[in-house]
Design a protein around this ligand. Sequence first.
Ligand code: SF4
Ligand code: FES
Length: 246
Amino acid sequence: MAEITFRVKRQDPTDKKNPEARWEDYKVPFEGNLTVLEGLFYIQEQYDGSLSFRYCCRASICGSCAMYINGAYRLACQTNIKHLDIIHDAEPVVTVQPMPHVPLVKDLVCDMDDFFAKYEYIEPWLIRNSQDPEKEILQSPKDRKQIDMPIDCILCGCCYSSCPSVWGEENYLGPAALLKAYRFEVDSRDEARKERLPRWDNERGVYRCHTIRNCQEACPKELSPTEGIQWLKKAAVRRRLFGRMK
Ligand code: SF4
Ligand code: FES
């Protein structure tokens, strides 16, 4: 069976004897539809059980296996080796490293505490002020279409890791949290636009985005946080000038 080299960035910052980052190569048997995540399982089982990485759903839904693979943000479970344009190389190599610009816990595991604290700050849940209807809250197909794009976010953090505004300003909420703010702004069922507004219309919020669009490039779900952020900026101007919440 053919073999492929996995070049994995290893680091344990808490290891007093060896806290520095290093690259390690592992030979992994390659056939058919091997994914990067399956390759990492093989390494963990056959070579080193201490290799650390996150995963859960194995189906591109939970967002926990986001990594930097062969120079791009990808989900390890979604990345099929044969689609990496390397299998015809004389010595194919898959490079796997943690998402850059995010604090490291160990090996391929990033510390996502800040990312989720900023997400939570946006109050990412449906808020109703009026009395609940007797049946479900109905939405027209046109209204539902408004949230088609933002509801596909799986909170992988690739956009956050790729954004120079996040690198430069630690308090900036970042693309994923703002995409979520947009998601509730355009959801016809939500009734907290006024309450949520000060959370993103401030110096931590939308004005930190300089439309560099790295987030769009990085997103493994092909979403556009930039589009949502631009929409929010326009909504903020409308509110300031005309006092309209919609
Ligand atoms: Fe991941 Fe895309 Fe959501 Fe950002 S917008 S967290 S890259 S799915
Ligand atoms: Fe859930 Fe990859 S394991 S997205």
